[in-house]
Design a binder for this molecule. Sequence first.
Ligand SMILES: *[C@@H]1O[C@H](CO)[C@@H](O)[C@H](O)[C@H]1NC(C)=O
Length: 542
Amino acid sequence: MSAESKLSTLILILSLVFLYAGCLAFAKQDPELKQCTHQCRVQQQYDEKQKEECVRTCEEYHREKKDRESLKEVGQDPDVEFHPGGELSECQSRCVGLAGEVRQLCLFRCQQKWRRDHASRWEEEGKKQSKEDAEDEGEEEKHNPYVFEDKHFSTAIKTGKGRVDLLTKFTHDSDILRGIENYRLALLVASPKSFVVPNHFDANAIFVVTQGRGTLTLIHEDKRESFNIETGDIIHVRAGTPLYLINRDDNEKLFIVKLLQPINQPDHYEVFYGAGGAKPESFYETFSTEILEAALKTSRDKLERFFDKQGKGPFLEASREQIEAMSSHEEGSKGGGLWPFGSESKSKSAFNLFRKREPSHCNRYGQLFEVEEDEFKRLKDFDLRVSYANITKGCMSAPFYNSRAIKIAIVVKGEGYFEMVSPPVSPKSSQEDSGGRKSGSRYQKISSRLRSDTVFVVPAGHPFVTVASRNNNLEILCFEVNIENNVRYLLAGEGNYVQQFEKEAKELAFKSKEEEVDRIFGNQDEEFFFPGPRQQRGRDYE
Ligand SMILES: *[C@@H]1O[C@H](CO)[C@@H](O)[C@H](O)[C@H]1NC(C)=O
């Protein structure tokens, strides 16, 4: 807030208080002063110093008024002195020739007029100010750099049989997510019975199947690896690995969330299609014809006819027989062995989130499924944990923070909201001034509605909480990067970190008896998932 607008807010407080109190109502234990100082203290946009200042101004004004009052009592004309200069004294100077009561009245009218004029100006300014404030808030909604919605996805590919949507760079709006600028997120949707043509990309990737059934084929240096994939499967795809994919269901779409870590440029990757045709353009065809002729030892016209046949895009319709033939028929189909429990599977490319023996946290209020890097070694390449929270409708997750992991979360199903503690955020343009810290509060509450495909990022150390709507479970897929040596610090419920404080630390920190601290921090005895707030403050979000 600028010095000017601070001043106008202060003037507004003063004027409202005094207008409210009435010009001539002077009480003993002055309620106006009380009202004025109270108004100062509840101004959320003020920091302590500004509140002090405001209170001082109230007191000064009050003192002056008192002085005036006592002058009046002894029959002197205080008002001429009271506001020297400006419109008021000009008006008052016209009263000088008058005498007695008439003069008092004249002075009083000047004062009334002056107050009225200024009051309306203050009011106007006040209105303008609150409008600006509202706009600011709107800006902040827009500039919530942790949350990404539909409009932040661009369509990388779209055909009748499927699409790929790419999320904007995490740093698109703000620098605060620079820690994950080397990641991109994409969503693939393939229609029933479709085939995604062979391609590779210059990024390491983790695919997570969030709905549907398909078969994914990876071409390794010396062998081909095919998996039947289903909801909850996590597949690691090393950069540059050629792959193709089918949706082998007759009715259901196949949804895959991809987290990509580009190799060549920190925040950009390229997809290369080997298949023929103009759409997608095959990289083969980019070479000069004479090179292709020589390399494939085939004549120019044969090559032209060959590469021009396929023109329907990267998602193609496949026949039932083709689907059947490409589906994996291997025993266990995830690379042999007693998948998912066979030791074999651990070194392979896929793992299922839900086929672990049990969720890592589970009660009536929600379930958390997690795959750690040592269970699925391929995640080590990424320093990553994949988890899936299924929060029961009307319930919430425990507030917590990650010590060093950054959470990239995407809502798979349902709706709800989240709240997070953040340092004050401002749009990129105003980040430089005042060290990026707004006067007022040290933290800002970031909150957002969550619904399908909303992506939100929780940086390390930032406490946050997610709440499911009353109508539906909230299912969230999370990638937690930087997971090595990460600690999840629970802020409430069973196992919260305050419970580990020493008695003295509890008493000093909270200025309460240890029993009182224990009562507060021990009252919620559920772990990780709780019944949600009775009144969902995020009603607006539902
Ligand atoms: C989430 O929980 C609901 C209700 O308990 C259940 O029907 C649903 O299958 C769960 N989702 C997953 C992915 O486990």
